[in-house]
Each structure stands twice: as C-alpha cells, then as structure tokens.
Write a protein that binds this ligand. Structure first.
Ligand code: ADP
Ligand code: MG
Length: 282
C-alpha cells in the first residue's frame, strides 16, 4: 500500500513539475547514464538478431536507434525492458542496468521493470474495448490506485502531456479506438506515462502517421525529455536529427557507431554509417 501511495504522490509531483516549472528555472545537471546495456546477445531459435551490443543512455536525453530494416533495432529495444523473452524461441544474454541495477539479475522482477521502462509500439494499440479515460486509467487501477480524484488528475495530466487533453476532454467516455491514428498513438503514450515510467522506449512511433500527427509526436518528445529518458527507433533520418541528442547506427545485428546525433549525421567515422546517413542504402 505504501508503494501505491508513493506512486500516486510521485506522479502528481512529476506532473506539477512538467506543467508548472518554467524550463528556464531548470538547473543544468551533470549528464548521467540512466540505462546501460552491456554485451546484449538476443536470439530467436538460436539465430542471433542482436550480436553483442553495448550502449549507454543518458538520463533525460533522447537517443535514436537507426539502421536498415531487419538489423535488430526492435529486438534490441525489447531487450531493454525484458520484452524480448516473451517472444517464442527468444533468448537474451547480457546485462541491462537501470540506475546501476541489472534487470536480468532477478528473473522474477520482469513486471516491475516493465513498469519502470514503458514502451510505445509502431502501430497504435489502444485497449480496444476501453474508453479514452479507461485506456489511461487502466494501468493505475492495476497498480492499486483507487482514489477517483487522483486517477482523474493523473488521466488529465497525462493527456495534457501528450497534447491530447483539449481534443478529447469532452469525449472521455468514447472508445479509444474512435480516435484518429495520431490521436490513438498519443493516447498510447499517455497510457504509458500514467504508470510513471522512468524510461520510455518508442519503436517507430510515428511511422504509421501523417506529417501533422508526426510533428505533434516530435514536439511532445521534446517536452517529455525534460522528465524522461527516451530511446526511439526510427527509420526516418530527418526525424532522428530533429528529436535526438544521441544516435546509434545498427547494421546486421551490430552497433556500428554511436555518438552525438550531429556527429553521426555530419561527420560519421564509419564508412557504412556514412553511406547509410547519405541514403545510399536502407
Ligand atoms: P528491425 O527492427 O531493425 O527491423 P528486428 O529486430 O525486427 O529488426 O529483426 C532482427 C532480425 O530478427 C531479423 O532478421 C528478423 O527477421 C528477426 N526476427 C524478428 N522478430 C522475430 C521473431 N519473432 N521470430 C524470429 N525471428 C525474428
Ligand atoms: Mg523494427
């Protein structure tokens, strides 16, 4: 119960920070690694999709993963919150340290870890039978939050964070599926935020969306990174340039190059990276 109350108060605090604190008042903090992947090898039925990848993710920064289709981006992302092991025939070895603690050291804690490391998928997937309100509230209720006032407050706060509140505030009882694709994706992001993750994984979150909906998602990512550590897979290189601080280029299951986004795109050190960012293959 103490943990639930804690979740409630922390979530309200976080929301207040996001909605009330002017960005100019934020102090420049030392960059810190929130999540560290060490020697990740991920297989499907013994075949390696991710070969031996290590990567460090800065806290409250956006890291983009780019690379041609089939190079292991989704698989790697799914290793970061222990979702890979849910696929049939899938195995993972290596370490993923969240604030220094290895997610894989205790095999029982997967659900707790997935709460701390939220995920947004390529195709918007609102819970099909639920209203807009219930889509966001569902995770809170599952985590034992019962106070209706607090749930209302968190639902509104999360919908505000994804710039959806003004569009849906009079329609909260309508099905989540009645929204447009872009709105559904923002609803899914609000749903992920409601249970107060620390890291947000996004797998090509705008690939099914039109340019205006895509722009909204990108603006939102720029806001969210003030509070969350974000890792985004994208095949859209302009998008990586627009939204990310760091970029990792993956190819055939390996991490070929990692660096500041500007360096990766303007001054890549590796020949294959250079070809890829120049659009010579993909
Ligand atoms: P990306 O996201 O970069 O397109 P993926 O991580 O989806 O790449 O895929 C990496 C490799 O793993 C590919 O060769 C793909 O065919 C294979 N793969 C992905 N998902 C599965 C699965 N569920 N079962 C078997 N092989 C898979
Ligand atoms: Mg993928």
């Amino acid at each position: 119960m103490a943990e639930v109350a804690d979740l409630e108060s922390q979530q309200v605090d976080k929301m207040e920070t996001l909605t009330k604190t002017p960005t100019t008042h934020r102090t420049a903090e030392e960059p810190r690694y929130k999540l560290v992947a060490e020697n990740i090898v991920a297989t499907y039925n013994g075949i390696e999709a991710v070969k031996n990848v290590s990567m460090k993710f800065r806290e409250k920064a956006v890291t983009a993963l780019i690379g041609p289709s089939g190079c292991g981006k989704t698989t790697f992302l799914r290793c970061l919150n222990r979702m890979h092991e849910l696929s049939k025939g899938a195995k993972v070895v290596g370490k993923v340290l969240l604030d220094g603690e290895d997610l894989y050291s205790n095999r029982e804690d997967a659900i707790l870890h997935r709460r701390k490391i939220g995920m947004v998928f390529q195709k918007p997937n609102p819970f099909p039978t639920m209203s807009i309100y219930d889509n966001v509230a569902a995770g809170l209720k599952l985590n034992g939050v019962k106070d209706k006032k607090i749930i209302d407050q968190i639902v509104q706060g999360c919908l505000e964070m994804v710039y959806l509140w003004d569009e849906v505030k009079h329609d909260l009882k309508k099905p989540g599926m009645s929204l447009s694709g872009g709105q559904q994706q923002r609803l899914c992001i609000a749903r992920a935020l409601a249970i107060q993750p620390e890291v947000l994984l996004m797998d090509e979150p705008a690939s099914a969306l039109d340019p205006i909906a895509t722009q909204k998602i990108e603006e939102m990512i720029n806001e969210l990174k003030k509070e969350y550590t974000i890792i985004i897979v994208t095949h859209n290189m302009q998008q990586a340039v627009r939204v990310s601080d760091y970029t990792g280029f993956m190819y055939l299951g390996d991490l070929v190059e990692f660096g500041e986004t500007k360096q990766i795109f303007e001054n890549p050190r590796n020949e294959i990276t250079a070809k890829y960012v120049q659009g010579q293959f993909g």
